[in-house]
Write a protein that binds this ligand. Sequence first.
Ligand SMILES: [Zn+2]
Length: 428
Amino acid sequence: MLHAGAFDDPSRQFAIKAIYRGRMHPFVFIEGISPMHRFLGLCAAFLMLCVAPRLHAEEQPKLAVTVGLRHVAKDLWRVDYRFAQAVTALKLRSIGEFRQQEWKVLTPGMSMTSGSGFDVIASKGQPFKAASVEIKTFDGWEPKEYVSFNRFGDGGRTVYLGHLQGDIEQGTKTLSMRADFKLSGLGQENVIAPPPNRLQPDAERGYAYFGPAQAVPAGAVKVLIDQRTPQWLRETILDVGAKTSAYYEKAYQRGLKDQLLILISVDNFESSGFSIKGGAIMGAGQVSYRLEGKQVLLDHPLLREGVARNVAHEMAHIWQLAVAQGGIGGQGPWIHEGGAEAMAIDALLQTGMWSEESAKAYRAKQAATCEKLGGAVDSYDGIYACGLVRFDALGVGIVPLWRSMMLATEVKGDAYSQRMIDTIVSAK
Ligand SMILES: [Zn+2]
């Protein structure tokens, strides 16, 4: 989702692109992307998070698969799949041209075919128990999808493990992959695996880091920041992250349930505008940002304000997920997105990082967007804009409401829902 702040100096126009990515059930997105938007004036666009909601999947049978990911040269990777039983196909949801461009099947007799939204690796219908592929670092990204790779200035890379996961076919049967990742780095490099997903063990994993850097403790979280990150961005992200965490912890009366790693990479200073892609990765205990464009180097109050809103929004999702069970579900994305918007504005105001005027202007802009959409939450913009409007219209403080929702989701593990909101609001 794109957020822009208007600025009345036309000499400083810039184009902003922002991406959100994420997924719900196989083909539905959560935070998609706004491809490329241009605004008059100084604009800042920020990506919110990508949360992969909990799949209340019709429990599909699962098959254990060992996935070895080895860094073999600077931008070359080898993936070895080992299946617990013989299978007839490995079926991965297509991520644009990623696999067609960068994947090479190494196992003799096997090949990959792409179409109908899937990349399928098979051996002419013959059963197999192993498959190996070679992958090159991919710089492309798809709207509504996580970025497959991020490059860091010191040669480090992060790899989105979820793009190595998918389904398995055994004849006419489809099974889910229960992936056990084995990561190995190049030479002496440091490898940081994402922690297991506590709420949803078989969901897509987050980013694995391979490179020379170490994650550095910063308050309650750890950070891994590209050395090229300009000071204003480093400061803004860390400061807002620390202040909103402290605020959410106190307001919602709960601490982080998972270790949190914040990954920041910057690239493509030569491209126009300012782009920030990434967000919170559900269950992975990670918030990943990739910043691109000339304006990344520009320190401007409106850009700081936009980045602050984005970070506060992502951290709100982290708190929505700081529950023993339940949390974000596959229905009604406006609940966690609109909820994160309202939680973020509250946190920014209460910590003094935003003025009343900033909050008022942002609410007015979102309300106008929502009105154009007729109040509906069935579109990408509607999820955010009308989601916020809906929470604002409840007449209940966002803090007591979400504190109650976090308690309610933990009772039986039911995901956040409209019904839960109605029950809480009617009891107030
Ligand atoms: Zn979000």
